[in-house]
Ligand binder design. Structure first.
Ligand code: 5GP
Ligand code: MG
Ligand code: MG
Length: 182
């Protein structure tokens, strides 16, 4: 599949699986069952693979919500100006909420999302991200659960796209530069 487009595999399917289980255990330990289900907010579309695996790995009941946002900017970098394309279906007031992200690069999208969701008065609000790039440390976004710290390279797979392709790869890899330039 996608023959020759992937320059290298950064994180294998097995490594992703192990990390998802590890993150799920950490989160479950922090939210002992208290009668109210945890609300996972997945950010479409990139986080969809992580969201579904993570939800199934969690040994506590969760409810699934999704948001779609678009940040104005180029295809590969964001500006921090965000528009909601699809909002939550339910009220999150008084609920324990965990935002599920695929990757944090500049952190601008997430910073906006945190403010937006915090204004809806959840009981608690945390973030789990599968991947984080080095630039993310320059923006002050509190991210409690991080899967992998990765180098500053453009990656695809496991939900992450380039021009809507490669989301269906089971691993995370880097793209051959010929893909951008052709
Ligand atoms: P931020 O606002 O943190 O700069 O950008 C976050 C969003 O940019 C991610 O949710 C993702 O959609 C996109 N993004 C950032 N880095 C990458 C990358 O390496 N690969 C892909 N496919 N998308 C990325
Ligand atoms: Mg995302
Ligand atoms: Mg994208």
């Amino acid at each position: 599949m996608y023959d020759g487009d992937i320059a290298s595999v950064l994180i294998t399917e097995q490594q992703i699986g192990e990390k998802v289980a590890e993150l799920a255990k950490q989160v479950a330990d922090d939210y002992p069952e208290n009668g109210t289900d945890l609300v996972l907010v997945g950010v479409l579309k990139g986080a969809v693979m992580f969201m579904t695996d993570f939800a199934r790995a969690l040994p506590v009941p969760v409810q699934l919500e999704f948001m779609a946002v678009s940040s104005y900017g180029s295809a590969t970098s964001s500006s921090g100006v965000v528009r909601i394309l699809k909002d939550l279906d339910r009220d999150i007031a008084g609920r324990d909420v965990v935002i599920v992200e695929d990757i944090i690069d500049s952190g601008l999208t997430l910073s906006w999302l945190l403010k937006n969701l915090a204004s809806r008065n959840p009981k608690s609000l945390e973030v789990v991200t599968l991947l984080r790039k080095p630039d993310a440390v320059t923006v002050d976004v509190p991210v409690k659960y991080v899967g992998f710290e990765i180098p500053n390279e453009f990656v695809v797979g496991y939900g992450l796209d380039f021009a809507e392709r490669y989301r269906d790869l089971p691993y995370i890899g880097t793209l051959d530069p010929k893909v951008y330039t052709s």
